[in-house]
Design a protein around this ligand. Structure first.
Ligand code: GAR
Length: 192
């Protein structure tokens, strides 16, 4: 079993998708050992509690590293985590931190591109296709190696909200696929 710590900052629908797929056996060989939020009172923490998973609020890097180590974390999954991780965390979990981003990286990513802002920029540019990307996290913002990417159409009349909702459905599918892929790679390498 690969021990996953999921980091969140908000509603946690991606967290929920991962919880559900572990429960149904669609995501095999993994367990969520804790959910760590950068903020108090987010719905993602309620989702964790309901699923019987430990939830914590952690705000500084030293405590984050301590909590990750305390649960023998092997993979860190950023599921709507809105903070940029310090290099110390990246170094401790090199090629073991995954993020989901709601665009086709390298488009509409990097500093300032998060949440609704991404989708508004896609619409403002007149794009007909957007999508979602699962990637490893490195020291940059959305610059790490791409694990999986899938296109989503932009429909005429889309608002940032309608496009976000359509992209989110695809995120829920490809995030677990990406996690599964990384777990298989780890098992092959004997790193697990
Ligand atoms: C998701 O759309 C995710 O791709 C995005 O935040 C949302 C979180 O939703 N992440 C970023 O923009 C990171 N740069 P959720 O809390 O319902 O999973």
């Amino acid at each position: 079993m690969v021990n996953i710590s999921v980091l969140v900052s908000g509603g946690g629908t991606n967290l929920q998708a991962i919880i559900d797929k572990i429960q149904t056996g669609d995501l095999a060989g993994a367990q969520i050992v804790q959910v760590i939020s950068s903020r108090e009172g987010v719905f993602a923490l309620e989702r964790a509690e309901k699923a019987g998973i430990k939830g914590k609020v952690v705000k500084d890097t030293e405590s984050l590293l301590a909590e990750l180590a305390a649960e023998n974390t092997e993979l860190v999954v950023l599921a709507g985590y809105m903070k940029v991780l310090e290099p110390a965390v990246i170094q401790a979990y090199r090629q073991r931190i995954l993020n989901i981003h709601p665009s086709l990286i390298p488009k509409y990513c990097g500093k300032g591109f998060y949440g609704k802002r991404v989708h508004q920029a896609v619409i403002d540019a007149g794009e007909t296709v957007s999508g979602a990307t699962v990637h490893f996290v490195d020291e940059g913002v959305d610059t790490g190696e791409i694990i999986l990417q899938r296109q989503v159409p932009v429909e005429p009349g889309d608002t940032a909200d309608t496009l976000a909702a359509r992209v989110l459905e695809t995120e829920h599918v490809i995030f677990t696929e990406g996690i599964q892929k990384v777990i298989q790679q780890l098992e092959k390498k004997g790193g697990k």
